[in-house]
Unconditional design. Sequence first.
Length: 349
Amino acid sequence: MKRIALVDDDADHRRTVSAWLGEEFEVLEFEDGFQAIEGLIRCVPDLVLMEISLPGFDGRDVLAHFRRNAEVGSRPVVAVTGDHAGGSRERFLSLGFDGHLAKPLAEPEALLDLVRELLNAPAAGSGPSMDSCVPAELRRAFVQSLSVPLVELAFAIDGVQVGNEDAQRDARKLAHRLKGTGTSFGFPEMTAAGARVGECEGRLELTVALLELIGTVGRAIVVGHGLSPRTALVVGDDLVHRTGMVRPFEALGLTTIPASTLAEGQQRLAELEPEIVVVDAVLPDGQGRELVELASQEPRRSVIVVSGLTSSESKRVQFAAGADFFVDKPIEPRLLCTIMVRAMVRTNV
């Protein structure tokens, strides 16, 4: 079996390409230029797929090092670039690459055709279709991972709005990654929104595009998990606004209802019958555990406890009262978003 080396710092992209190529070729993965410089000489691949924009040594540096090795240096190397990298196919060929592919790689058969051509390898069957090119477990893993960029985009917007250049750069980089993986995993709306972020110049235009991208990421999570709109009662110290989670939760189709005290929480629980309850363990007029016991009487409701008391005994008490999830203080927003998605999935069962 021919051996393909895949050099790319985007884990989602590596998983997708490996799935496309894995039935015909052995695929070895490297996540940065440092790994590739050492690993390509050791593993002796028959062909290399090389992302140009890599941390550390970029793809051109790795290619130069690779070509200097007499044993493996003549093997074909294909440049893989995003729009931000610039340069035409002819330019990359002039640099010593044997082929060029532009991200997002939307068609697995186009990648397979190029690899087969460079290796003089015959086609094995009809190749993967767009419906079957990504295994279901990889698509599920991708959807589960989207809670993290959803929160990171929401926080980046705050920096973009005040002209923070680091925030703008990070947001564009994240949007570029989502543009590529959106196509790979069957979310073209996310790809289009990510591309629009890359085209924006002004602060206002970029903010609007990022808000659109947040919406598409949220919808991808909802569609991927088969979620329905949900209502969450959030009891204690304005947890949603204080942690900056308004935009991510709205993107998930989640309506949040705040309550400041145990008494207010009990009243709103009875009146509104929310599917999810998030409660601080310590409230001004009592213990959150009382609300946990009440809320958990509905078996399909998800109950999340937030607490600065993180000992095993404290958690045991909350779970014994009926809590389904526990979040430590200080709250890490990405973790809270991930748990909220899990809570929404649980209410769908």
